[in-house]
Design a protein around this ligand. Sequence first.
Ligand SMILES: [Mg+2]
Length: 222
Amino acid sequence: MKNAVIFDLDNTLYDQEEFIISAAKEISNFLKKKYGVASYKLLMEIFNSKTPMYPHTFDDLVKKLGLKVNIDKLVKIFHSHKGRMKMYKNTKPVLKKLRKYFTLYLVTDGNVAMQRNKVKILGLEDFFDKIIYARKYGESYEKPSNKLYRNLVKNENIDIKKSFFVADNPHIDFIKIKELGIKTIRIRRGIYRRFFLDESHEADYCVEDIQDCVKHILIKNF
Ligand SMILES: [Mg+2]
């Protein structure tokens, strides 16, 4: 059986805010050129107040700008955005170290093309044994559902008692995945770092960065 560490992508390995700022700039440049309106501040206000989990960001934006624009174009720019991004400090050496003892999986929700771009820009292919885009199987496989993880454990012959799931967002990341019996670690970074929810939503361990995460994983196993 395999000992595995399953990582989430957004805010766990890099700061999603960086990506959003960069994408918002591209979108507001487009709206400026095409309609002569300034929209960057407003767009960032929506992203910040509603979080990126909110599904009507662009509907709200065009409504507030008073524009009769089909939002499909804006969604397309967002999903195909290729901004500058980098992994959090220490992430690469930590992943390399963990890979000596564990099979590493990266599982990410969201638009497949957009998440693929991020993986490519961050150069993550070389650090993981398998990268899985949940939406390829349908939105019902995305978190908070644990369906994909249940299948992964079974298909990859993962020893759940000696494996870990590492993510950042207490709203959706842990509540259902904990039911599988895998140990969960929350890295308090990125957009959701300030949120603390009830115990059922929180991970078994909460750490400040990926280096602290290793201590839990390696000490508990060896
Ligand atoms: Mg995340």
